[in-house]
Design a protein around this ligand. Structure first.
Ligand code: NI
Length: 265
């Protein structure tokens, strides 16, 4: 059985249009045991569910990403709620705040809050996107106390400690392999492996030596090796612990870990 659990992927992306099925079959028959595909709007949330229905190891998160926020978004949350009842939906995501783009902050914040409330109501974890919005993201996390993952973490060690203190997990991706990844390395150094999960955010953020190329879940091995070097353990140990963490946060049963819920990997 594969040891790689990719907690954050976008296989609905057009970058995979030419070889999606072949690639996913290869990955699932190799090192990969689990993938959570993240919705970013109604269309990609539906595509995430369709992918999750096609592969036993594939799961879906449904939500509206801050980059997709517009005047229709709040009205679309009823459909997100309906989708969240699907048996392969394991989280509300990808949700959050992105102040890099010129999308009204008030709208982003209202959409974020409504989806945090939905996740709490449905007892689902969240996957959170925070780009250049650390202060406001923390304000809402302190207030709503969701379970889940802060994905592609880009904050300080101090912020990471607070996120973990709230009971959440920190998502580590290909960035940790980059030469200029000082902050990411410090976060991995400072936190216990028991609070980290691995992710691709594919097709983006390929680890070195594939930086700039299309990413896929198999390349999490390179991210695991970078984390292992920082922690002074083996890559297998990193993969095993982060896979257990992923099973715990998404409440997916993984054979041999003692975790137990519906899905089988
Ligand atoms: Ni993403």
């Amino acid at each position: 059985m594969g040891m790689i659990f990719d907690t954050h992927a976008h296989y609905d992306d057009p970058a995979f249009d030419d070889d999606r099925e072949e690639l996913l079959e290869t990955l699932f028959s190799g090192e990969v045991c689990g993938i959570v595909n993240q919705g970013t709007n109604l269309k990609t949330a539906a595509e995430s569910i369709r992918l999750a229905e096609s592969y036993p190891g594939m799961y879906a998160a449904v939500g509206i990403h801050p980059e997709c926020a517009d005047e229709n978004s709040l009205g679309e949350l009823e459909e997100i709620r309906r989708m969240a009842a699907h048996r392969k939906v394991v989280a509300i995501g990808e949700i959050g705040l992105d102040y890099y783009y010129d999308i009204p902050k008030k709208l982003q914040q209202e959409l974020f809050v409504r989806q945090l409330e939905l996740a709490c109501e449905l007892s689902l974890p969240v996957t959170i996107h925070d780009r250049e919005a650390h202060g406001d993201t923390m304000t809402f996390l302190r207030q709503y106390r969701p379970q889940g993952i802060l994905h592609c973490f880009s904050g300080s060690v101090e912020m990471a400690r607070e996120v973990v203190g709230l009971g959440m997990y920190i998502g580590i991706g290909g960035v940790v392999t980059f030469r200029n990844a000082r902050k990411s390395v410090e976060v991995v150094e400072a936190l216990p492996l028991e609070r980290l999960v691995l992710e691709t955010d594919c097709p983006y953020l390929s680890p070195v030596p594939f930086r700039g190329k299309r990413n896929d879940s198999g390349r999490i091995r390179y991210t695991a090796e970078a984390v292992a070097a920082i922690k002074g353990v083996t890559a297998e140990e990193v993969l095993r612990i982060t896979k257990e963490n992923a099973g715990r946060v998404y409440r997916i049963g993984i054979a041999g870990t003692g975790e137990q819920t519906g899905g089988a990997l």
